[in-house]
Design a protein around this ligand. Structure first.
Ligand code: GLC
Length: 430
């Protein structure tokens, strides 16, 4: 299996960067590459750095790291560069994705130092600076009012495209588009496992609106019909910030360390305020309606990757997660099985994603919930051993679904199958 996982990464390698899978996702994706870099760090440190370096080629002058970098043309994906109409040196999309980058960089750096690589400090430093610029972008472009929570302006930014968490907010977005929609995804994968056509019309409506703003963050913020201060995004950003603080210390960068520490304080304070004891979850905030996002999805537990919660909170979270796992062959479902929105085969409305489990298990380990963390890791590894390196899994049957030979599932396998015993996740504190 280990060799097979490496073979998936080799097969999806397009020259220093990895596509998520052939045809369905034929370019470089932001958070996919961060996970892939951590997978590579196990057996090829140079290639791990390359993955991040190639992603940063797509970084905009304002600091944003886009969700897709179109290094080479392909006609098997919609929407391509002509729809996004961005103006960076190389073609990219105009939105971003969860900033796992900082976390990945620390991981690669630690592996490089452990292997005694003489180029570790230089290569890490260049990528650290890119990461810092992107975190500054996050706070200025996506938290202009200083809530301590960063917002997504498009469901695709969340990485959980059609999650029930977006249903109410997306229903307010008109389904009209100026761009002609030519879906390619449903030609590669069973449409019953993909977002619906109506979701796509709203997804593209948002792209049209932001392209008309010239991809200018302040203009987009002012007119965005979809704006959610997201606990998953903020949790991941806060965690990556902690990992950058660790790197600033390792590299002897005192000014940067202090700047990151103040970002970290703002984000963890913002996140802590999103805990809802009656629900045993953290909840996102819809900035258009002013309402909490009530849908029970995996995002509600993601703050654990960044926060050290108290004993009562941890007990409540563990009990809630166990409730979601009851009767499931593999967990954690991306939507609570008791929710009416639960659809075990439809993308982010129920299926299990290996990389989500990876993050959640890290958060649980960091908070001392080792047994539950191990259970989630082991069930992920077994699901992959049974069904292969699929895009995601049906929690009720363990069946592998979506695209196959997926890079991030292979990376998750390489990392999680080595966890086995003991608290190997690094708990980070500034
Ligand atoms: C889908 C997923 C997203 C992922 C991308 C490439 O859009 O929702 O999280 O990054 O595919 O794998």
């Amino acid at each position: 299996m280990d060799e097979a996982a490496r073979a998936v990464l080799a097969r999806n390698d397009r020259g220093g960067y990895t596509v998520p899978t052939d045809r369905l996702y034929p370019f470089q994706w932001n958070w996919d590459s961060a996970f892939v870099a951590m997978g590579f760090a196990i057996f090829d440190i140079d290639r791990a750095y390359r993955e991040l370096e190639r992603l940063v080629e797509g970084q905009w002058d304002d600091g944003m790291i886009p969700h897709i970098v179109f290094h080479a043309p392909s006609d098997t994906y919609f929407p391509g560069p002509e729809v996004w109409g961005t103006r960076h040196r190389i073609a990219t999309s105009g939105i971003t994705q969860p900033p796992v980058f900082g976390m990945a960089l620390r991981h690669v750096h630690d592996a490089a130092v452990a292997a005694g690589r003489p180029d570790a400090a230089d290569r890490t430093l260049a990528l650290f600076q890119a990461a810092l610029r992107s975190h500054r972008w996050w706070l200025s472009a996506r938290d202009p009012h200083g809530l301590g929570l960063v917002s997504i302006l498009h469901p695709w930014e969340s990485g959980s495209d059609n999650s029930p968490a977006w249903d109410e907010a997306l229903a307010r977005v008109p389904p009209t588009t100026t761009t002609a929609i030519r879906r390619k995804d449903t030609g590669h994968v069973d449409p019953a496992m993909r977002p619906r056509d109506e979701d796509y019309q709203r997804f593209i409506h948002l792209v049209d609106v932001y392209r008309d703003c010239g991809w200018e963050p302040a203009r987009q913020w002012a007119v965005a019909p979809f704006k959610i201060a997201d606990v998953q995004m903020t949790g991941i950003l806060a965690r990556s910030t902690a990992d950058l603080i660790y790197l600033a210390e390792a590299l002897g960068l005192e000014g940067e360390r202090a700047e990151l520490a103040s970002m970290h304080h703002a984000l963890t304070t913002g996140l802590a305020g999103r805990w809802r004891p009656d629900l045993a979850r953290f909840v996102s905030l819809d900035l258009v309606s002013g309402e909490d996002v009530g849908a029970p999805t995996q995002a509600c537990f993601m703050p654990l990757v960044a926060l050290h919660v108290d004993h009562t909170q941890l007990q409540a979270v563990e009990a809630e997660i166990k409730r979601w796992l009851e009767g499931m062959v593999v967990g954690l479902p991306s939507t609570a099985p008791y929710s009416q929105a639960f659809e075990p085969k439809r993308y982010w409305r129920g299926p299990v994603w290996a990389v989500v489990n990876w993050l959640l298990a890290d958060g649980l380990r960091m908070n001392g919930a080792l047994e539950l963390a191990r259970q989630i890791e082991q069930s992920t590894v077994s699901a992959i051993e049974r069904s292969g390196f699929c895009e995601y899994f049906d929690p009720t049957t363990g069946e592998g679904l979506g695209g196959d030979a997926f890079s991030w599932t292979a990376a998750a396998y390489l990392v999680l199958s080595r966890r086995g015993h003991g608290p190997s996740a690094q708990a980070t504190r500034p």
